[in-house]
Every structure is written in C-alpha cells, then in structure tokens.
Ligand binder design. Structure first.
Ligand SMILES: [Zn+2]
Ligand SMILES: [Zn+2]
Length: 203
C-alpha cells in the first residue's frame, strides 16, 4: 500500500513540464525532478526569479529538471555548476538565507536477468529484443524513482557550504586579434595586447 503523498507518477504535470523541456524521459531527469520538487515545496517557488540559487554537482539530465521547475538557469546566474560528479543539489534562498542540501540516491534491486539485459546493452547489443527490454527497464526505473518514498530516495540536510556570491557583471573589452568583445576577467594579456582566450591559444 502506498500512502506516500510525496510520490509521483508519469502523468504528474511538473514531471511532464520537465520532460517537455528536456526532450525525453530518463532516469536522470527523474532524479533531478525529485530534488526539484523538494526545493519547490520548501522554498514555495512561485516566480522564476533569481531568489533561489541552485548549486548542482553534476551536469547531467537531472539539471534540466532543476532549471525547468525551480527556475535556476545558467543565464540568470542562479545555477552554479560544481563538477563533483555527484547527485547532489544545494538550494539557497537569497531572501531568507535558508539552505538545503539534497543528495539523491536510488537503490534498485535488479534481478540477475535485468542486470544481464543492461550488460548486453552496454556491450553494444542493439537487437530489437534487447532494445525493447531496455526500454521497459528504463521506464520501470523512472516509475520507481518517481514513486519512491522521499526518505528512501533523498537525503536532505543543511548545506555544507555558504550561499554563492551573486552573479557579477563585468565590463567587456575588445580582443586585439579577432576584434570581438570579451568579458574583462577572461582576457589574456600578451606583450601589452589584450586577447580573448581562443585567440591567445592560437597565437
Ligand atoms: Zn535525459
Ligand atoms: Zn579574439
């Protein structure tokens, strides 16, 4: 019996929004979705402004759910990528200073037969039979991730780091080689001339 109100199905409207943005359904997106739903609830996300800052520790499919649902995007500067290769998402509210670290961990008890299918797929087997089984396994995994009890899939704790500094705006200067504008802290100086990084590397 499932009495868990914080579990979701494939027809959840927020899930569908994330899938539409991301372009396909996948287990990775489902991880990000679970973290995003906690952030939406805890920070009462309504408007997609710069109020919430997300620090993401991977650049996988999962991050697209964070961008769609929590409104943290690279463009707005409230999505900070720290390349740790972990399914960890830390959210901060600039307004209240509140922070939340969410680690996602899904333990799937695969049968030996299921592990065998994945292994054949990884080794390059693209037969119709294997592809069909992989698709079924993938969908079942997504359902399990969406439907898991929150305590079973998420570890929520206080942040381990502080709120990242607000996105800064720098002046642009012109590269002396290509003539294109480049943000000042990204310029390289050589013999008194200013270069953009690609031009500096080509020198
Ligand atoms: Zn994906
Ligand atoms: Zn240049």
């Amino acid at each position: 019996m499932n009495t868990n109100e914080n579990a979701y199905t494939l027809s959840d409207p927020d899930w569908l929004r994330a899938v539409e943005f991301h372009g396909h359904m996948c287990p990775g997106l489902a991880y990000g979705f679970r973290a995003a739903k906690v952030a939406m609830r805890e920070f009462q996300v309504r408007s997609l402004d710069e109020e919430i800052v997300a620090v993401v520790e991977n650049d996988s499919c999962a991050v697209d759910a964070i961008q769609t649902l929590v409104g943290c995007t690279f463009g707005k500067g409230n999505l900070v990528f720290r390349d740790m290769g972990k399914q960890v998402y830390t959210f901060f509210s600039r307004g209240t200073g509140k922070g939340l670290r969410i680690a996602v961990e899904f333990r799937d008890d695969e049968t030996p037969e299921e592990s065998g299918v994945w292994q054949r797929f990884r080794e390059g087997d693209r037969s119709a039979d294997t592809l069909e089984r992989v698709n079924r396994l993938r969908e079942s995994k997504i359902r399990k991730i969406l439907g898991a009890r929150e305590e079973a899939i998420l570890k929520v704790s206080a942040p381990e780091t502080g709120l990242p500094a607000k996105a800064r705006i720098y002046p642009s200067v012109r590269c002396s080689r290509c003539g294109e504008k480049v943000m000042e802290p990204r310029t390289r100086l050589h013999d008194g001339a200013v270069f953009c990084i690609p031009c500096h590397e080509k020198r």
